[in-house]
Design a protein around this ligand. Sequence first.
Ligand SMILES: NC(=O)c1ccc[n+]([C@@H]2O[C@H](COP(=O)([O-])OP(=O)(O)OC[C@H]3O[C@@H](n4cnc5c(N)ncnc54)[C@H](OP(=O)(O)O)[C@@H]3O)[C@@H](O)[C@H]2O)c1
Length: 309
Amino acid sequence: MKMLNIANGPQNVSAIIQGCMRMPDLSKEKAAEVIRTAYECGVNFFDHATCYGGNGVAETRFGEAFPLTGLKREDVVIQSKCGLCFDRNEFDWSKETILSSVDDSLRRLNVDYLDTLLLHRPDVLFEPEEVAEAFDILEQAGKVRFFGVSNLMPMQIELLKKYVKQPLHINQLQLSLEQSQLIDQALYMNNKTTDFSVNRDGSALDYCRLHDITIQAWSPLQHGMFGGTFIDNPDFPELNKALAELAEREGVTKAAIALAWILRHPAKMQVIIGTMDPAHIREACAAADVTLSHHDWYALYLAAGKFLP
Ligand SMILES: NC(=O)c1ccc[n+]([C@@H]2O[C@H](COP(=O)([O-])OP(=O)(O)OC[C@H]3O[C@@H](n4cnc5c(N)ncnc54)[C@H](OP(=O)(O)O)[C@@H]3O)[C@@H](O)[C@H]2O)c1
């Protein structure tokens, strides 16, 4: 497994993260198999959120399953996210919600601390001073070691940074070969003949590189928001053909090549896989051993439906 050090954050973490959003439907034995398989493949980083499964069911399942794995708490990096309150149809970064969310996550996960806490999606009514107070309390109580954000624009991060004293070391963002807006806007810049040039995120990719913020790419095999996977999907024939050719050359699966495409980017991102199938986890982790060439990277990007301006 390729390992990374996150600037101002956790060290020696796996480039591939096991996402737990799809864990709620598993039995605790199956969930333990997922955790164990990922760990045996070199994954030491697990991603959660208070909303996964509705009211934290993914965290509960992980908390029940972890003791069955034989792993120790310090063997793994456990991350959760807060602020997305589907139960009340709002996003909420108030101090009370951040503090109570972390307490709930710790109880459900059955751990004393989170390695990292991310603010999940922007609460556009957020008061940065309140976030700062909450982070101070959580840090002083030893409940959270490191802090970050998810789905945040650079200027929102700047606003937070004016008040929050802890480094914000992670921004979790959507990126796949099919959902590559993070990359497209820079390539097509100033081109009014294509929608690819629309800057939808305030140049988040370059901002994160500039400020040593590690990007964690979510839904790396999905098309659309949650449209399903493009792997083996007849709607993406060119992409599957290009993935298959490189998969055969490298002796891995098409999914592994799609993940290697993200890992090849010089921003040194982590990629969060969501599969709950142990065979797919093993296949996905082979991505960390594949280094695509500069030409391979562009060939896949073009096969995903882009063109060179
Ligand atoms: N910050 C955010 O806003 C945000 C949003 C969404 C997700 N996330 C995080 O990102 C993680 C990953 O998201 P995701 O689950 O959408 O990611 P994904 O890895 O792109 O998608 C996983 C899905 O693709 C399926 N799949 C089909 N063929 C596959 C193959 N050959 N190899 C692997 N998977 C295959 C999986 O099914 P099988 O289980 O049958 O393999 C699973 O249903 C989540 O768990 C969560 O931690 C964050």
